[in-house]
Design a protein around this ligand. Structure first.
Ligand code: BYC
Length: 472
């Protein structure tokens, strides 16, 4: 990019970018690398097509986004902080009641950097994971939703890169480069968190990812939106506005696959959904089991001194901290957690401060359950006798307390060999994935849908379902 680029126009922002030469210079060197990353690791197809996309243009609640056709490389990745008030104070931890920090206190520089880098790392990772999906999009509206998610994850990367560059000097600039160098699934330079190195090989996986993994994003962002470091809090607060659509894509995507499966069963009086090129409910349950358990790992270890320190120092709070009714310091509070003792799952009370990650995961699980209940309503309304269940929180875990145990979806602790024998009942097999992939063929006629998914109820931004969301 030319050194004299008009950043005010190129990067919609409310951070006073035009008057910050130092930040502009840092972005000048990063922006072409980002564009190169987007070209090589962003969506593989349709980069030169017009896509009907939402672009954030302000933080005004009444109208923060603009919808129009845009080619993805021309998307305007803006930088926005939610509004703040002059008298805002820290709501938890040992600094509770003190004014929030407009800058990074020296003693918290390392942990704050780490939190921002971990958050930032997930954003480009998810774009990398989804880069081939347009080739098998079941409709134009779904393809457009995929690209919307992708460009907004790109914007979320910008949000974290802004924080690194504006507040962490040379270290921040180096971290910003690394965010474009680590790569999802790479043996040598993988992404930081496990779930972001898994593949997203098909559209059912994409919908599950946006339901379960983006929902981890919601809870992590909400906890960071409580941070005493005000620019981080305000960045995350605004990111949450966009995140809602990603989870909507996931929830309605799965709902439409479920609806289609039920329609096939009812119309043909059969359980053999695959015969009609739909996805059967048992396979959907296996995908739920996989994506839920992998996403639970994203909350870190149940018992975590890192998390306790983040909380005490005011760097990362709990979900909706200000609505919680306790001392917000957690010095004498306890919290009930699930543990495995003598081969059995039991409830134990532990100091609340030691299990902040677990508490956040519990909030997340309740939210997931509400979505699963809505999917089950679709099945019940169709008169089909089946319901989805979230697996037990100890099932299929790689991180934390339960990673050394073999636990069934019902919550029974079993021998590893018994678990392995039954694995194919619980998690997608290679054959399941192969089947799901085999039915995914691209549909690009406006208003038409692949046979494995029902149409959505409504279009985007009040446009018709048959609107040409991608100009092919
Ligand atoms: N994979 O003390 P612990 C999103 C490591 S998603 C691999 O529990 P802590 C999005 C950990 O690093 C939201 N390693 O850690 C969604 C530590 O390593 P060291 C992303 C893991 O810090 C969809 C060790 O294990 N945002 O936005 O309490 C699309 C001990 O663990 C994992 C954030 O995550 C793992 N899953 O908790 C796009 C928020 N988990 O120190 C975007 C920022 C733990 O022993 N991050 N480890 O080398 C955090 O708040 C924390 O880093 C974590 C981990 C909650 C992730």
């Amino acid at each position: 990019m030319a050194a004299n680029a008009n950043y005010q126009d190129l990067i919609p922002n409310n951070i006073g970018l035009d008057s910050d030469r130092r930040l502009q210079r840092a972005l000048e060197s990063w922006h072409p690398k980002f564009m190169e990353w987007w070209r090589v690791r962003g969506p593989e197809y349709f980069q030169d097509n017009d896509i009907y996309l939402r672009t954030a243009t302000s933080v005004d609640r009444k109208g923060w986004a603009h919808f129009d056709y845009v080619k993805m490389p021309d998307y305007r990745w803006g930088i926005f902080l939610a509004e703040s008030s002059a008298e805002k104070s820290i709501s938890f931890g040992e600094h509770r009641g003190e004014p929030v920090w407009p800058d990074v206190p020296g003693e918290y520089r390392a942990p704050l950097r780490r939190l921002i880098v971990t958050q930032g790392d997930t954003e480009p990772a998810s774009v990398e994971q989804q880069r081939l999906l347009a080739a098998t999009a079941p409709s134009l509206i779904d393809m457009r939703n995929l690209f919307q998610v992708n460009v907004e994850e790109g914007r979320h990367l910008w949000a974290m890169v802004y924080l690194l560059m504006a507040y962490f000097g040379r270290d921040g600039r180096e971290e910003a480069e690394q965010l474009l160098i680590r790569k999802s699934g790479d043996e040598d330079k993988p992404r930081i968190l496990g779930a972001f190195n898994e593949r997203t090989p098909d559209w059912l996986a994409f919908f599950m990812f946006t339901f379960f993994t983006d929902r981890d994003g919601k809870y992590q962002l909400a906890s960071l939106a409580e941070s005493a470091f005000d620019p981080l809090a305000r960045s995350c607060q605004f990111m949450l506005t966009e995140e809602a659509h990603h989870m909507y894509v996931g929830e309605t995507g799965v709902a439409r696959v479920v609806q289609r499966a039920c329609d096939i069963m009812c119309d043909n009086g059969t359980d053999d959904v695959r015969k009609f090129r739909g996805i059967d409910l048992v396979t959907i349950q296996k995908y739920i089991n996989f994506h839920f358990s992998v996403s639970e790992d994203l909350f870190g270890a149940e018992q975590s001194t890192n998390a306790a320190n983040y909380f005490t120092s005011g760097l990362k709070g709990r979900y909706r901290e200000s609505r919680l009714k306790d001392d917000h310091r957690l010095q004498d509070e306890s919290y009930t957690v699930v543990r495995i003792q003598n081969g059995r799952i039991v409830n134990v009370e532990v100091p609340a401060l030691s299990v902040v990650n677990e508490r956040l995961r519990d909030d997340y699980i309740s939210d997931c359950q509400r979505g699963v209940d809505r999917w089950n309503k679709i099945i019940a309304n169709s008169g089909v006798d089946f319901s989805f269940k979230l697996p037990h929180c100890a099932f299929n875990r790689r991180i934390g307390e339960f990673s050394n145990f073999s636990v069934t979806p019902e919550g029974n602790v079993v021998d590893q060999s018994d678990w392995e024998k039954r694995r194919d009942e619980w998690l997608p097999t290679a054959a399941d994935r192969e089947y799901v992939s085999s039915i995914m063929t691209q549909v690009t006629e406006p208003g038409k849908f692949a046979p494995w998914i029902a149409p959505p109820r409504v279009g985007i931004n009040e446009q018709a379902i048959g609107f040409p969301y991608v100009r092919t």
